[in-house]
Ligand binder design. Structure first.
Ligand SMILES: [Zn+2]
Length: 409
């Protein structure tokens, strides 16, 4: 049976492993706080009767072998790294729910037909090495071991050295990579990190897809001049151009509709003096939509706006990260989540995820499903992040039922 007090104890224990006490949870991959969380999780997984291992990718794994240890496993879990000054529920909620599911299965004497494996991912946020969903990619061999090893944090420490300090050897990674044959399915429970479930008063979110997304960086170039002596018509003001492009970028999102979201979250002005005409403005663009076609259309409209800068005598550079296609969740797993939620008496609704998740990588290897839980006020990646204990317990009950169905089907 899923027990709410154990879920609470786990989340409160993990919340204390932070580099910023009193200012949210800051737990970077391979940091001392992550080491504390790792020891806690390994101990609890062992207590739950799981065979645990620290995978060379940095992931924690705990296995309930069941009746047929050679069969592909049903994998479930989430990440336990955080952003700077983040919340106690992002990622951790899904890992703790999976852990509580394992305890419940053991107490109930449940012996699955397919193995059940619990996973704790690191570097999902990309906070330390600047590369999101990193350890799940490494777990599946989606990033070459040499490339992974050479990634550096802001202090110049490589991933390989940071992992080695935790006793992990990347030399072992290629042989230990999980293959599609090893996996029957992956189910991830996660907080919504947005306001939709709360708005519609639903207890369980059934993710139908993870949105297509594109990230880029724009540099608008002009010429620095005196702010008082240079007549407007003789200026090459990079800020004038940037404002034009940003305005058209937001307008494009509004006009396209279809749930497109566009964000300019970072903007740097050079040389950055109040009395100098800017010669360079650098800003980020982030645009997402469940419809990949609309993301591509957004990019076309952005490029048109950038081309129009030439008429103002300005130039530009655009670094584009490429469009990450939308990832569809498995139809049978979505139906299972809905049916099990209904059987347990919980309301549910389908919704897309605008945030990226490790489930995107797992979808390369096996059928994938995601369960969302309401986020109070839609807040996330901040100390105020909150999801009620009872709500997490409901999610864990649905997760347990769905994992059992996958094991026995
Ligand atoms: Zn997360």
């Amino acid at each position: 049976m899923i027990r709410i007090e154990r879920i609470r104890a786990d989340i409160e224990a993990l919340r204390a492993f932070t580099a910023t006490p009193g200012a949210g949870v800051t737990r970077l991959s391979f940091s001392p706080q992550e080491g504390q969380a790792r020891r806690y999780l390994l101990t609890e997984m062992e207590r739950a009767g799981l065979a645990v291992r620290e995978h060379p990718s940095g992931c924690l794994l705990g296995r309930l072998a069941g009746k047929n240890p050679g069969r592909p496993a049903v994998l479930t879990g989430s990440h336990y790294d955080t952003v700077h000054n983040g919340g106690a529920f992002d990622g951790v909620c899904g890992l703790v729910a999976a852990l509580e599911m394992a305890r419940s299965m053991r107490e109930d004497g449940y012996f699955p037909s397919n193995p059940v494996e619990i996973v704790g991912f690191l570097e999902e946020e990309g906070t330390r090495f600047g590369y999101g969903l990193l350890c799940s990619a490494a777990l599946l061999g989606l990033i070459p071991a040499e490339e992974l090893a050479a990634l550096r944090d802001d202090d110049g420490v490589t991933f390989a050295d940071a992992a080695a300090a935790c006793g992990l050897s990347l030399a072992d990674l290629p042989a230990e990579v999980l293959r599609p044959d090893d996996l029957k399915a992956f189910v991830e429970l996660h907080i919504e990190q947005g306001p939709v479930l709360e708005q519609y008063r639903r207890e369980i979110g059934v993710v139908d897809c993870i949105a297509a997304m594109c990230f880029g960086q724009v540099t608008v170039c002009g010429r620095a001049d005196h702010a008082g002596t240079t007549p407007t018509e003789l200026r090459l003001d990079a800020m004038r151009g940037a404002v034009e492009v940003i305005g058209r970028f937001y307008e494009a999102a509004g006009q396209l509709g279809g749930g497109v979201v566009a964000t300019v979250g970072k903007l740097v002005v050079h040389p950055g003096s109040a009395n100098v005409v800017p010669d360079r403005v650098v800003f980020s663009v982030d645009y997402r939509c469940r419809d990949g076609g609309l993301v591509k259309r957004m990019r076309e409209l952005l490029l048109e706006a950038l081309e129009a800068l030439k008429a103002l005598g300005l130039s530009y550079q655009y670094e584009d990260g490429g469009v990450l296609p939308a990832v569809q969740m498995d139809a049978r797993i979505m139906a299972s989540i809905e049916e099990e939620a209904a059987r347990l008496g919980y309301s549910s609704m389908r919704l897309p995820s605008g945030a990226g998740h490790d489930a995107m990588n797992l979808a390369e290897a096996c059928p994938v499903g995601m369960i969302f839980l309401p986020s109070a006020g839609g807040r996330s990646h901040c100390p105020e992040e909150n999801t009620g204990w009872e709500e997490i317990a409901k999610g864990a009950r649905v997760l347990e039922a769905v994992v059992k169905r996958l094991c026995e089907s």
